[in-house]
Design a protein around this ligand. Structure first.
Ligand SMILES: C[S@@+](CC[C@H](N)C(=O)[O-])C[C@H]1O[C@@H](n2cnc3c(N)ncnc32)[C@H](O)[C@@H]1O
Length: 259
């Protein structure tokens, strides 16, 4: 998707609001310090304000541009007829990028549509984005919890998730979501989970389930939510086993050769 036609909002808008509020507060303190001739404090508040504004800029870049650029590259591996699932699809940033590369396939997104996790998050908004991007006929939207997926075992060729699993508050729930991703993937299917926390835990969950083809890598500055201390890792892997004969016959099902 070189030009985005949908409207994708802001991830965790409260976090961005906090950064902007912090910058304004620091600028006010700086002005107060300079008015009262407290030069050292004024300069310190100025430095703090610039640092916070730089963090806010990084956050805005990632949520509006960077994550799209990174995922567009990741999804180049699709051959076009896969069945793809996006866990916590929100307004469809990753889901619709995938759908755009699936002329013969399908993209399914599941979400609870939490407005705390993404601004303006609602199924109707995501549906409008499927229309705006011209992929509505290839996309299915499901309202549901990624800890209990309403899909049969082994249905999907690729499961993706971006900045979503960490929103589950407890470790057991996050592990359940990862195990569900494993369950609905076909043997030999690929998994791509981008998250800024806990990817090591997700990896351990999969290793305990018998996965061996797994690795984590840093997604770089384009996926910083404020700076390198809020960077994002990609956990990528391939589910053990060979696909059932009807899936193995189709060469296009060899999704994720780069995985
Ligand atoms: C930060 S947003 C990211 C959305 C999208 N993946 C993107 O990159 O634009 C996190 C998403 O996870 C969803 N979410 C959180 N917990 C969930 C759960 N247990 N089941 C399904 N979706 C969930 C939220 O509703 C939200 O849409």
């Amino acid at each position: 998707m070189s030009v985005k036609r949908g409207k994708y909002g802001f991830d965790a808008p409260w976090a961005l609001g906090g950064l902007l509020f912090g910058a304004v507060a620091l600028l006010a303190l700086m002005a107060l310090s300079f008015v009262n001739d407290i030069l050292a404090a004024g300069l310190a508040f100025l430095a703090g304000a610039l640092y916070t504004l730089a963090s806010a800029s990084s956050y805005v870049y990632t949520t509006r541009r960077g994550k799209f650029a990174v995922w567009a590259k990741e999804l180049e591996r699709l051959s076009g007829d896969e069945d793809v699932l996006d866990l916590g699809c929100g307004r469809g940033a990753v889901l619709l990028l995938a759908a755009g590369r699936l002329p013969e396939g399908r993209a399914t997104g599941i979400d609870l549509w939490s407005g705390k996790d993404q601004s303006g998050n609602a199924e109707r908004v995501t549906r409008a984005n499927t229309e705006a991007e011209g992929v509505a006929e290839r996309v299915e939207l499901v309202t549901g919890d990624m800890r209990e997926l309403p899909f049969e075992d082994g249905r999907f060729d690729l499961v993706v998730s971006s900045l979503a699993i960490h929103n589950i508050p407890d470790a057991e729930g996050r592990a359940r979501a990862v195990k569900e991703a494993d369950r609905v993937l076909r043997p030999g299917g690929a998994l791509l989970i981008a998250d800024f926390q806990r990817t090591e835990d997700y990896e351990n969950t999969l290793r305990e389930a018998g996965w061996t083809d797994l690795r984590r890598r840093d997604l770089g500055w384009r996926f910083w939510y404020g700076g390198p201390w809020f960077r994002t890792d990609m956990l990528e892997g391939r589910k053990p086993g060979t696909p059932p004969a009807h899936q193995a016959e189709a060469p296009a099902k060899e999704v994720g050769d780069g995985v």
